[in-house]
Design a binder for this molecule. Sequence first.
Ligand SMILES: C[S@@+](CC[C@H](N)C(=O)[O-])C[C@H]1O[C@@H](n2cnc3c(N)ncnc32)[C@H](O)[C@@H]1O
Length: 340
Amino acid sequence: MQILRHVLVPVEAAVYGVSYAFLQNIIRSPTPLDPEWTWHAVTKDMPRGTDWIRMGWPLKPLRPLVIRAKMRQDHVLGISAHYDVSNDFYKLFLDKKYMFYSCADFKPGDTLEQAQQNKADFILNLIDPQPGEKIMELGCGWGSMLRRIEEATGEKDNLYGLTLSREQKAYNDQDNRFHVDFDNFITREYEPEKFDKIYSIGAWEHVRQDEIPQLLRKLHRALKPGGRLVKHFFLRANDDVIGPVACSQIYFPGSMGASYRFHSKAWEDAGFRIAHCSVHDYRPTLRAWFDRLVQHKEEALKLVNVQTYNRYLTFFPASWRYFNDRYGVVTRWVLEKQHP
Ligand SMILES: C[S@@+](CC[C@H](N)C(=O)[O-])C[C@H]1O[C@@H](n2cnc3c(N)ncnc32)[C@H](O)[C@@H]1O
């Protein structure tokens, strides 16, 4: 098995690039990775030649083939592979109060808990929920933002969520008691003009470019006139980045987000008016999750196998690097459906 692990390096490097092969090789290590070594190895600056190979291979004409092969992976299974690890495992590194699995707003000296509270308050302000309004979250995770809205309005009955993780659905049913369906928000049919607000936090990244226009039209129809779509997600700064796209398939098989240019045009084509757009920094959250996972290594290894632990230990620095190199950017948007 260990020989196979090393034999795969040149094969995967030739097909998917050097970064992909390197990450897969260390994830397959039979022992838990050393945290300091891992953070440094994944985030360090490369000599110029190595970086040129890292970013230049596969060559441009081959890139569509690589992406097409990876996009054959089932999107639904890919979501489940990432989120159905174990709720107790996620509890080890997410913030204690809400269990947000999305970028927080750190101010100097903030704990992860405070930073997630800051983010929840910021997004609450964008959603601006009013008592009696019907509100739906696309990709609701462990119900974190639904709980923040319930705190603000004192209401639960009009709050709805969708997830593709059975573990999250069970958690929401048992612990939160929100109306959460196990359903794909991309293929779902929505009742016309049912919702006052629809929002999504850290889930739009999973929507492929060719799925976006039709989904936006469905969401536009599902909103009441004057309703709003609020989104927090990271988008690709650029249309042509193969290395990070291939690496992201290790963590989110079958998912591939779109670029800033594509999104801003798509909102307007679907009939929305852009009322807010802001940019946020994911790096401190990724570092905080990494540190907490390392702190709880022994408990983590009782819940998941070594390769899963290693996958998360590389996921946080690999994502940190993605944002640090400015391949991706976290954005928040308010999109309004105009009155006729
Ligand atoms: C990174 S988590 C974010 C969860 C939560 N919004 C938060 O901020 O903590 C992404 C969520 O999106 C959900 N998701 C992704 N694609 C989906 C789809 N097509 N349909 C339904 N849920 C989806 C996942 O199941 C997961 O709950």
